[in-house]
Design a protein around this ligand. Sequence first.
Ligand code: SAM
Length: 266
Amino acid sequence: MNIKEALQKTIQQLKQANIATYHIDALLILKDTIKKDDVYVLTNPQKELNDRQIEEIERLTNKRKLRYPMAYITHSKEFYGLEFYVDDRVLIPRPETELIVDVTLKIASDIKNPKIVDIGTGSGCIAITLSKLLDTHITASDISKEALNVAKLNAKRLDADISLINANGLDFLKNGIDIITTNPPYVLENEYELLSEDVKFEPKIALIPPSGNGFIEDLIEKAKQLTKWLIMEIGPSQLKIIKNSRYIYKIIRDFSNKERVAVFKF
Ligand SMILES: C[S@@+](CC[C@H](N)C(=O)[O-])C[C@H]1O[C@@H](n2cnc3c(N)ncnc32)[C@H](O)[C@@H]1O
């Protein structure tokens, strides 16, 4: 089988499985398998593939047909212009989370040597990006040791100055922090079932807070003893709590006009 035939076959299979992004996904699967770029794949249609490559394309296509996320297949996701390694130990960084970086950069620009901590760092996307853009050390934590291994790998690949701590919530912190950033798990149990199949391959611990909104309320309550600013991603189910807080400074809307990032000033 040559590249053109493999691409056509993969497109066909993904289309039949109702994968909306069948064309681009097929191209990514081909590229990932033969370790070449788009231009090579599209300009070498007659190039014969070996048996190992054909088997690998089949294996990845079957995974994608079950809605396994493309970012886990290619082990790559772009965040704020940086490329992060991802696998199913971590949440796939989302574009709306870049808003946390935007607002933190603005607030940090008025603070001399800002002390910043990122809670629930996952792939490390927020902490690593901030550390690179602010050229400063960032402390990042996660309850999942597996996630921290991915963050460690990304910090090394991207040469970022971060330290990683395995901890539950804010328990490890002492006061004197300028900014705490966090994209905590905020999907409630009853909302989880409604999520798309792709999302269900992501770690549940990254999505569902252990005690529902109590977890978020606890974060805000504890943060006020520790930091001047708390910058937190939220979903619609947290809006009531956020708006009731006397410490809310502003709420930033995402690209679909949903209230997405809450900024608290203590
Ligand atoms: C929504 S993900 C965010 C990951 C990453 N910061 C991002 O924005 O892509 C939430 C992260 O919080 C971590 N987490 C869940 N419960 C936690 C807890 N009690 N303490 C610390 N981290 C926790 C999860 O392991 C997961 O990595």
